[in-house]
Ligand binder design. Structure first.
Ligand SMILES: NC(=O)c1ccc[n+]([C@@H]2O[C@H](COP(=O)([O-])OP(=O)(O)OC[C@H]3O[C@@H](n4cnc5c(N)ncnc54)[C@H](OP(=O)(O)O)[C@@H]3O)[C@@H](O)[C@H]2O)c1
Length: 298
């Protein structure tokens, strides 16, 4: 297979990063992950800081970030600072390296989150919706996206993908929910009426690859086209597993485990539309929640 470029993937060792690298490799793209630890086919953030981008890099993606929903870590100022720096500082480091590069890549793709939009049961958000920081997570998304700013380097396209919850068998939310739902102990969170903007891992990685290849710039919402609430997700996942979804999880439990500011990611939601991805002609393999959930139990 002929080589079709070389992509540097910050956070390439994680759930999204590994899937992305596997997809890019299958398309004949060379890949190199950036991690905190050295390893095979991996360089460190220090290497980037000291030596800049590896020569021949044609695209850069950043999907690094300390796990916000790690319930073993309390929501302290120090943990919040790690959450922030692992996203904003790594993105700034890559922006600086791209800005300084004498042969800059064609595309710089960064993941951000739908938490930039205020939770609402009625509003409908697309990429043109006005956003302003209103809490820690929304301000984080703002600074994350602003960190992509490149100095005097107009030739590199920059895309921030505002991702919904990423659904995949081997990571994120589905990995955590699989056992309780398999045992028939699953159910909605709180009233279940809150929107759950989501995207299948295969669609997110395809969307990143699409943004690398096509003439896409700016903000792109990374969510499936159907708007799903938490109750609809629970019912679909339970149906795929041929189990009931009788057991609602009360909101206060998540407020206690995660702290209220962080629990918002689970107990509240927003309706987000992938307007720009669809306008650019991106085709979702899993546009509806039932087909996505069915794929996890195959
Ligand atoms: N999964 C989702 O549902 C979802 C939804 C929206 C947005 N996102 C965003 O997508 C990114 C990746 O998510 P994921 O699910 O793939 O997470 P993940 O599996 O936890 O992987 C995150 C990666 O980030 C790196 N990392 C962790 N802590 C770090 C730190 N303190 N400093 C620098 N790097 C650190 C890790 O690499 P090393 O250990 O090798 O350094 C790891 O490979 C995150 O920024 C997340 O906020 C995820």
């Amino acid at each position: 297979m002929s080589i079709r470029g070389s992509t540097l993937v910050g956070g390439g060792t994680g759930f999204i990063g590994k899937h992305l690298i596997s997809l890019l490799k299958s398309k004949g793209v060379e890949t190199l992950a950036i991690s905190r630890k050295p390893g095979s086919n991996t360089i460190t953030w220090d290497d980037i800081s000291k030596n800049g981008l590896p020569s021949g890099t044609t695209s850069v993606v950043n999907v690094a970030g300390e796990n916000v929903l790690d319930f073993t870590k309390r929501w302290t100022d120090s943990f919040k600072s790690n959450v922030y720096k692992s996203r904003v500082d790594t993105t700034k480091l890559l922006s600086k390296a791209i800005s300084k590069s004498s042969s800059p890549p064609n595309a710089f793709i960064v993941i951000s989150g739908v938490g930039i939009y205020p939770p609402s049961d009625t509003a409908k958000y697309d990429e043109n919706s006005k956003v302003a920081g209103f809490d820690f997570l929304s301000k984080l998304c703002h600074d994350w996206e602003s960190a992509t700013h490149l100095d005097d380097n107009k030739s590199c396209r920059v895309v921030s993908i505002r991702s919904g919850v990423v659904l995949g068998r081997n990571g994120g939310m589905i990995k955590n929910l699989y056992v309780p739902f398999f045992l028939g102990l699953g159910g909605p969170i709180g009233s279940g009426k809150q929107y759950l903007p989501w995207i299948h891992i295969d669609d997110l990685t395809s969307l990143i690859s699409f943004c690398i290849d096509k003439n896409v710039n700016g903000i792109v919402n990374g969510v499936a086209p159907d708007s799903t609430n938490n109750l609809q997700f629970s019912n679909a996942f339970a149906k795929s597993l041929s189990r009931p979804a009788f057991f609602p999880a009360p909101e206060f439990v998540f407020n206690i485990i995660y702290g209220k500011e962080r629990a918002i990611m689970i107990t509240q939601g927003q309706r987000v539309i992938p307007k720009r991805a669809l306008e650019h002609g991106f085709q979702f393999k899993y546009p509806d929640i039932q087909s996505a959930c069915d794929s996890f139990v195959k």
